[in-house]
Design a binder for this molecule. Structure first.
Ligand code: GLN
Length: 544
């Protein structure tokens, strides 16, 4: 049976628990263990799919079609283990399940309560699908003391009682703030947080203390004494030079040793961290620099494009260059034509990412036009590919070309997908249906045209599988006129009905994809589309 590591957070939010869980997972994996990381989100949404990116950051999509928390992206990037639906649960999903059962009469007249019904459902989720994993890391969203996370804390308390004593471990992430006026680090918030956790019946085994300044040995001992842990189990977690340096840093502070000790494991193999040294070296010692303009809507919050940001960095690692990203608000272009050239001219490549809704769409279309006319490398992702097709139709004289997502149009170059094939059979959707969980989600295959640019990018592959999240689709009825005008449909769904990839053979690098390749890129295995795109940007940088 797997061993369980429960990760909670205290004092403040945004301590980077997700990154911490991902890093610990990577360190255990480097010792040859099989790990899986799960996220428990206490909010009442069934999943983050319907939440605004401003509220929740990016929605991370798994192969099996789940819309999940962006922390699952960290987990997957750091461990290479593909996340699944069963790796993310919310209070909303648990309540939905319980209430559906209650309405069916499954509880046989019993009173349905938080304890035991909700806590049982949380425990069942934690224990499900263990496979042959050595460690399952469970990160609890939110901060200890939140009302909504109480059932999760209670479930952990129960699990720690029910599983074997050496089968679970509690890691608590806290903040040790620096008070400039006093010139001191303060341990009191950590003490309070641990007390709060203890009042819920959970005694932490390891404290991971985020701090901006090194924690002196005396403070480390003080925290240990007041919080009832060994001094070695107080792990300082200082800000790292990059997220990819975090596993090495935590290893240096003894985190994985302390975790193994906590489980009583004395014969663990030494970790092989060579791939981490390699990527940190690539990241920290670039041999050049490119600037990529990302023209989107949610540019005020980088978490909204988390995976995209990382995939661009990976593309940089593949080419040993630093990638500077200029986040450009597409709406700026809608108001002022001159702004387009002024903002885009310094860019070595242009990317239009995924997005929803009409706002900013004219600015995105204008960016596609700029990239096409000026021969600047262009990468369109999901909505970005749709905008590339609308731009192509308009430039070919179809002035009304649009998407039905933006309102009624008599030239629906992009329209609602109402039917598509899945492994489970035909999926059907109607306009005006539920918004949650009803998009074309998860892994679907695409068949690539031989000799196309994109098949070359994928190393000559004839078929690929990528993750999707969209409700609209380029209308295949426009394929012929668009191809006549130079936009080639070089990837289609296996049934030949849904356009998956477009490209321009007469352009240095112009590719639009209906899927989200950024979700599968890893620092150790940069996605070929991002590696190719950054290579094209590098060539462009040498021209200008
Ligand atoms: N809004 C578009 C659609 O639903 C694109 C979605 C996306 O970019 N993820 O098809």
């Amino acid at each position: 049976m797997a061993r369980y590591i429960f990760i909670t957070g205290g004092v403040v939010s945004s301590l980077g628990k997700g990154l911490m869980a991902a890093s610990l997972g990577a360190l255990l994996q480097a010792r040859g263990y099989k790990v899986r990381i799960r996220k428990f989100d206490p909010y009442l949404n069934v999943d983050p799919g319907t939440m605004s990116p401003y509220q929740h950051g990016e929605v991370y999509v798994t192969d099996d079609g789940a819309e999940t928390d962006l922390d699952l992206g960290h987990y997957e990037r750091f461990t290479g283990v593909s996340a699944r639906q069963s790796d993310n649960v919310t209070s909303g999903r648990i309540y939905q399940q319980i209430i559906t059962r209650e309405r069916r009469g499954d509880y046989l007249g019993a009173t349905v309560q938080v304890i035991p019904h909700v806590t049982d459902a949380i425990k069942a989720f934690a224990l499900a699908d263990q496979g042959d994993h050595d460690f399952i890391l469970c990160e609890i969203g939110g901060t200890v003391g939140d009302i909504e996370s109480l059932p999760f804390m209670e479930a952990i308390r129960q699990l720690r009682n029910e599983l074997e004593p050496d089968q679970t471990l509690s890691v608590h992430v806290t903040l040790v703030p620096y008070i400039a006026a006093a010139g001191e680090l303060k341990t009191k918030p950590t003490q309070h947080s641990v007390r709060e956790l203890a009042s819920l019946g959970i005694k932490p085994d390891i404290l991971l203390c985020r701090a901006e300044h090194p924690i002196p040995e005396s403070d480390r001992r003080k925290i240990a004494q007041f919080c009832n842990v060994r001094p070695e189990a107080v792990i300082p977690a200082l800000d790292a030079s990059s997220i990819y340096a975090v596993p090495l840093q935590y290893h240096g502070e003894g985190l994985d040793d302390e975790v193994l000790r906590g489980f009583g494991i004395t014969d663990a193999p030494a970790p092989d961290l060579s791939r981490w040294y390699d990527i940190v070296d690539r990241y920290e010692n670039p041999e050049g620099e490119v600037t990529i303009g990302v023209v989107g809507k949610y540019v005020g919050l980088q978490d909204a494009y988390k995976s995209l940001n990382e995939a661009l960095v990976h593309g940089g690692m593949a080419n040993r260059v630093k990638v500077k990203i200029k986040w450009i608000d597409a709406e700026v272009f809608e108001q002022d034509d001159d702004a387009i050239a002024a903002q885009l001219e310094p860019m070595h490549a242009i990317l239009v990412p995924g997005g929803f809704g009409e706002r900013g769409s004219e600015g995105k279309i204008a960016s596609v036009r700029f990239a096409r006319e000026r021969n600047v490398p262009f990468f369109g992702i999901c909505l970005g590919m749709q905008m590339a097709c609308i731009e192509a139709a308009r430039s070919a004289g179809n002035a009304n070309a649009s998407s039905t997502e933006f309102g009624p149009t008599d030239q629906p170059v992009v329209g609602l997908i109402t039917e598509w094939m899945t492994a489970e059979g035909l999926q059907k959707r109607e306009a005006g249906g539920d918004l949650g969980g009803t998009m074309r989600l998860g892994a679907y295959e695409a068949v690539l045209t031989g000799n196309s640019h994109v098949s070359g990018v994928y190393g000559g592959a004839a078929r690929i599988s990528e993750r999707h999240r969209h409700r609209y689709e380029v209308n295949a009825a426009y394929r012929e006129p668009l191809e006549r005008d130079g936009l080639v449909f070089s990837g289609m769904s296996p049934d030949g009905l849904l356009p998956e990839i477009v490209e321009r053979p007469d352009h240095p690098w112009f590719i639009g994809v209906q899927f989200h390749p950024e979700l599968k890129s890893k620092p150790f295995a940069p996605h070929p589309l991002f590696a190719g795109f950054i290579a094209a940007a590098l060539r462009q940088s040498r021209l200008v």
